[in-house]
Design a protein around this ligand. Structure first.
Ligand SMILES: *Cc1c(COP(=O)(O)O)cnc(C)c1O
Length: 504
């Protein structure tokens, strides 16, 4: 299978090259030039396997330059027994007659990012062994919370890799901070920067694109790569759980093989819902993909009007992982739906960077509306949904999942669409204890985040994930704080490289 760039169709690379590079030199994203198909018989066969088996079957359709043994090693490493708190890895929870919650947060860091970031390090090391012989990989991450921890946990002690995470010193929750600063592993580093998330992101980008630093790394047999959601190696593991969810819908008697389902996804960077789109195009019987947004509803507007406009107020909501105005992975959808038109996609992305907005034509909008529905809700509705869902079903959901549940309810009320539905649940509620507790309880007694975990547990009886419960007593390993101008020095110190002859 050949991968090309959304901005230059003359690019042709293998899966391992696409994963090792992360992003195309022209600024475009890598996409496969065709989408492999699954018949209902294939789906039936895949449904008889465990999660590791299912993952291997899907990955081998996309990663055609990986050997059978390499694929086996990757999926067994990522999803081996004990890593996820369910032996199904991504189980379904039946909420009612029609709605089923797909629990994607049972991994080591309690957010859905684990589904991909547990696998990516394996995919990346195999990819690098093919295209970057004898070269160690250095992953730099700027994070506003969930991605940093999931990436650290995924790359923890993976041979031939180093990972360094930068987070804004006052920009993450106490829980998220402690999750990162107590990270174990001999190849990891974490550093706070005096600045906000944009400063961290800009600093990382500047280091990535500095030719001098690249040369210095190469001298030391090292190369940078990316663990961001633009890397194809993060998208392909996400396709797996949508195929798997359909298999479980059939196995658990919610639908007959071949019957259609709808899928609702709480969306930020458009990676998760794009994976569901790929599953649909492969032949999984999915009718409608419902894109759920919080108050930052740039995607709701785009998917209903064809007008993308990021020139608007930015809100800090109780579902922070969806506070985003530029959804990077949308570029892949535009490319596919325009008939793999690189010129058109490049032109739209140029408009986005110069004007902050673009319009798609009626033809493209019609294709979008064939597949996607969209809705949004604010923090008040999010809070009410957490409470109602708990009172009605005795099931506790986090703020991001609540956005999806609310948009699902609005969608079914508006359309009378009674198709059985899978709702993606992206975080364990204890990861956002303060917001979830305030939705459930009218008078909170606790003052700090960790007491709130206990209080939420007392109120609801929901089990607290051990990895969050045990954080409280841990001593941070990484206490460094750096000025944003000195990030480069932190990178060299970690890698043990002298930067005497670097001057930029
Ligand atoms: C990252 C994240 C999202 C958004 O997913 P995208 O793939 O960026 O659309 C939603 N919920 C949680 C909890 C997340 O961490």
């Amino acid at each position: 299978m050949i991968y090309t760039s959304t901005r230059d169709s003359s690019v042709a690379v293998t899966a391992s090259q696409a994963i090792a590079k992360g992003i195309s030199a022209d600024g475009g994203l890598f996409v496969p030039t065709e989408i492999p198909k699954l018949s209902l018989d294939d789906i039936k066969r895949i449904g008889s396997l465990d999660y590791i088996g299912r993952a291997k079957e899907i990955l081998k359709l996309y990663l055609t330059d990986f050997t059978e043994d390499e694929l086996t090693m990757c999926v067994q490493g990522a999803y081996k027994a004990g890593k996820f708190s369910s032996d199904k890895v991504a189980p379904l929870y039946k909420l009612d007659d029609k709605a089923n919650i797909l629990e994607l947060w049972r991994g080591p860091t309690c957010a859905f990012k684990d589904m991909a970031l547990q696998l990516l390090p394996y995919l990346l090391t195999v990819s690098a062994s093919k295209s970057l012989k004898d070269t160690g990989i250095v992953i730099l991450v700027a994070t506003s919370g969930d991605t940093g921890k999931a990436a650290l946990e995924g790359f923890n002690d993976v041979p031939n890799t180093r990972i360094l995470v930068f987070y804004p010193v006052d920009g993450v929750s106490p829980m998220q901070k402690l999750q990162m600063t107590t990270q174990e592993g001999s190849n990891v580093g974490v550093c706070a920067i005096k600045g906000n998330f944009d400063d961290a992101q800009n600093g990382v980008k500047a280091i990535f694109t500095n030719k001098e630093i690249e040369r210095k790394l190469a001298e030391n047999k090292l190369a940078f790569s990316s663990a961001n959601s633009i890397n194809w190696g993060r998208l392909v593991p996400q396709i797996v759980y949508y195929v798997s969810a359909y298999c479980d819908m059939v196995n658990e008697g919610n639908v007959n093989l071949g019957d259609e389902i709808n899928v609702v996804v709480p969306t930020g960077n458009f990676g998760n819902i794009l994976a569901a789109y790929y599953a649909r195009e492969m032949g999984v019987p999915i009718k409608t993909l419902v894109c759920a947004s919080n108050a930052n509803n740039v995607l709701t507007d785009f998917l209903t009007t064809g007008n993308y406009d990021k020139n608007r107020a930015f809100y800090c909501t109780t579902s922070p992982s969806m506070d985003i105005l530029i959804s990077s992975n949308l570029e892949r959808l535009l490319f596919i739906l325009s008939g793999y038109d690189d010129k058109k996609t490049a032109e739209l992305m140029k408009k986005l960077s110069t004007d902050g907005k673009y319009d798609v034509d009626a033809d493209l909008l019609a294709k979008i509306k064939d597949v996607f529905a969209a809705g949004c809700c604010d923090d008040t509705a999010t809070k009410a949904t957490i409470r109602e869902t708990f009172e009605k079903h005795s099931y506790l959901i986090d703020t991001h999942t609540a956005v999806a549940v609310r948009v699902y309810e609005d969608y079914t009320a508006d359309t009378s669409d009674a198709t059985p539905t899978v709702i993606a649940s992206t975080a364990n509620p204890y990861k956002f204890s303060k917001s979830v507790l305030s939705a459930i309880s009218d008078d909170i007694k606790s003052a700090d985040e960790f007491s709130m975990v206990d209080e939420l547990h007392e109120k609801t009886g929901e089990p607290v994930p051990v990895q969050l419960a045990t954080l409280k007593g841990k001593t941070p390993r990484f206490t460094g704080v750096t000025a944003k101008e000195d990030m480069k020095q932190v990178v060299f110190d970690m890698l043990g490289i002298s930067d005497s002859d670097i001057n930029s």
